[in-house]
Write a protein that binds this ligand. Structure first.
Ligand code: ADP
Ligand code: MG
Length: 341
């Protein structure tokens, strides 16, 4: 009898690792395969970067509060973010859509309006795609192609002990914004006369509906002559991403609770929802900030940067992945991340 393994028992990452084991890279131009934010291909004087993400209605977005234009924008941004996570810049995208007759031509054009805005913003060209029908739901999958100088690439597996851990922007906003949108949807469904209570919350709603890839940071790191020793983008939550950097680099880490950057509106809204703001910052997904490590020699260069925060440092693997609390005690960090299964 053949065995049946439930996907939930190994999880998304377990599944990807299991599939990865069955493949090896045969072409000398294939530099990095499964296991980083983008695949890496040697094209001579540069590395070409390729990354794909899929967004599925009901899983990744809810059209009752996600405007189609924003959806198109976000689908591009999350791919540009994966290219940025390799210290590269995206140059082209392809777009694949699965649609049903629930959607009008105008609705699809609305998605493409958002795609176009993102293309203009991130300076990428739409160069193709594919179109198919689905049994009902909307599927949007984008592949981004980018480039990085060979001596500037940042992988997940190349951090060293004592490297400084940095994160950009602020954390948890997209997740708390999503909680707010869910609540307002419920209120609306139970009483359509009610006006949404979103005043003062535009920042976190924007974090959920219109995330930006941090290509600005890629330019700034170049200007500062910093090549991160490792990097990943924050799609699942900073704790989960830190686990990836540590696992791939064969290291442990210590981060400081009071160094985690949390926006004021994120903080107060989390409290309103009886959520711990720190948990939201660590495990809320979809911030699309950059988590990276730098050599101690580069610390002076970023110390006063308004949008790059020092949150900890890499340690020996044996130390595990820990968080130093405000109280002074240390706890092992849990990587909750997003569980699809
Ligand atoms: P990210 O969150 O940065 O988009 P993922 O966690 O989705 O990264 O993927 C991790 C790695 O696994 C990437 O290298 C990705 O290309 C690869 N991967 C994910 N799903 C599959 C799949 N179904 N087949 C092959 N490789 C995959
Ligand atoms: Mg990524």
């Amino acid at each position: 009898m053949t065995t049946r393994t439930e996907i939930g028992s190994i999880g998304e990452f377990g599944l990807i690792n299991r599939l990865k084991e069955k493949f090896s890279l045969e072409n000398s131009s294939s530099i990095k395969g499964i296991g980083d934010d983008a695949g890496v291909i040697d094209i001579g004087d540069h590395y070409l970067l390729v990354s794909t993400d899929i967004l599925i209605e009901g899983i990744h977005f809810d059209l009752s509060f996600m405007p189609l234009k924003h959806l198109g924008y976000k689908a591009v941004a999350v791919n540009v973010s994966d290219i940025a996570a390799m210290n590269g810049l995206a140059e082209q995208i392809t777009v694949t859509i699965g649609i049903s007759n629930r959607f009008s031509v105008e609705a699809i054009e609305e998605i493409y309006e958002g795609i176009k805005m993102a293309c203009a913003n991130y300076k990428v060209d739409l160069i193709g795609g594919d179109t198919s029908s689905t049994t009902g739901g909307l599927i949007l999958s984008i592949t981004a192609v980018g480039r990085v100088a060979k001596d500037k690439i940042a992988y997940r597996h190349t951090a060293s002990e004592n490297d400084i851990i940095c994160v950009t922007g602020d954390l948890g906003g997209a997740y708390v914004g999503l909680q707010l949108l869910h609540r307002e949807k419920e209120v609306f469904l139970s009483n359509p006369e009610m006006q949404p209570e979103l005043e003062g919350k535009s920042y976190i709603i924007g974090r959920q509906l219109k995330p930006e890839a941090r290509t600005d940071i890629i330019h700034e790191l170049a200007d500062l002559h910093i090549v991160p020793t490792s990097m990943i983008d924050v799609s699942d939550g900073v704790a989960s991403e830190l686990f990836h950097l540590c696992a791939n680099s064969n290291l442990g880490a210590v981060i400081y609770e009071d160094h985690l950057p949390i926006d004021g509106v994120t903080f107060e809204t989390a409290v309103e929802f009886n959520l711990d703001p720190i948990t939201c910052a660590l495990n809320g997904g979809e911030d699309y900030e950059l988590l990276f490590t730098i050599s101690r020699d580069d610390f002076e260069k970023i110390k006063k940067h308004a949008d790059i925060f020092y949150i900890g440092f890499m340690t020996k693997k044996e130390n595990g992945i820990r968080m130093k609390l405000k109280s002074g005690s240390e706890i092992p960090l849990q990587a909750q991340g997003w569980k699809h299964f």
